[in-house]
Design a protein around this ligand. Structure first.
Ligand code: ATP
Length: 245
């Protein structure tokens, strides 16, 4: 039991979730390494949501609200850290949720599908009984996508995504939004909108933003998206590390 007074309390709680998920068998072997990389960047920005991250969240949520078929892609880490928050956000922006694993195995897909069902979300895509297609005709497990989900989506939110997979998604011509604590990752660089924040802070904040933006005129949302420049915003995101230290 971690005492609440511990200076690294929040961070250690997240570590515990990842360790538990690993024991439960639905994380890839490299999941802890990916988490550790994220943790290091979060440490450098002071474990807070920065201004550039907020700006990217507004543009990202506006994009999702204006999309015809927005999909949230989830993997083991995302599920371990923020399953209920993801379900709530999906409902708020009317997006589908799809299991999208870099190292796709039936066992992990089954375990993650069951988790979403146990948490009250019954329509998970990318499950074992879903119709799976290949993006850009690449016959490779990395290019799999649900026919009614990522395959036909116009916008995909890909938190904590690997660069190879992000590249395949990007090449398929979709709008890509990522949540990634590393502003230098390939995924951050190739996405249309990159949110440099911890998923556990970003998703609840994005749900709040969505509730607000849903009451706004479409023109305001379009302006928000047009004013956003990912390259500039990533540069500012990186500067946050220096500003915090
Ligand atoms: P790329 O291939 O895109 O250059 P990578 O090889 O680091 O990056 P992965 O390790 O597969 O890709 O992806 C994990 C990414 O998710 C990392 O960039 C890491 O910083 C980020 N990450 C890990 N945990 C979190 C978290 N809790 N919130 C947000 N981002 C996170």
């Amino acid at each position: 039991m971690i005492p609440k007074s511990h200076p690294r309390y929040e961070s250690l709680l997240l570590r515990d979730k990842i360790v538990k998920a690993s024991k439960d068998g639905y994380l890839a072997d490299s999941a802890m390494i990916a988490h550790g990389r994220g943790e290091a960047f979060d440490y450098l920005i002071g474990e807070r949501t920065t201004y550039p991250a907020k700006r990217a969240m507004y543009a990202g949520v506006a994009t999702m609200l204006l999309s015809k078929n927005p999909v949230i892609s989830v993997n083991g880490n995302t599920t371990a850290l923020a399953i209920d928050e993801i379900i709530k956000f999906a409902k708020t922006v009317n997006a589908k949720i799809e299991i999208n694993l870099f190292y796709r195995t039936d066992k992990r897909v089954k375990l993650i599908s069951e988790l979403y069902k146990n948490h009250g979300y019954l329509n998970i895509l990318g499950s074992l009984d879903d119709e799976i297609k290949y993006l850009n005709e690449i016959k490779n497990l990395r290019a799999t996508a649900s026919k009614n989900g990522i395959y036909s989506a116009d916008t995909i939110l890909i938190p904590l995504e690997d660069g190879d997979r992000a590249e395949i998604l990007k090449k398929s011509g979709k709008n890509i939004i990522t949540i990634d604590l590393n502003p230098l990752s390939r995924t951050s660089k190739m996405s249309n909108i990159s949110i440099m924040d911890n998923i556990v802070r970003a998703i609840p904040f994005m749900t709040k933003i969505a509730k607000d933006l849903k009451t706004q005129d479409k023109k305001v949302l379009i302006e928000m998206i047009n004013d956003f420049d990912n390259k500039d915003n990533l540069k500012e995101s990186l500067e946050q590390i220096k500003l915090n230290n």
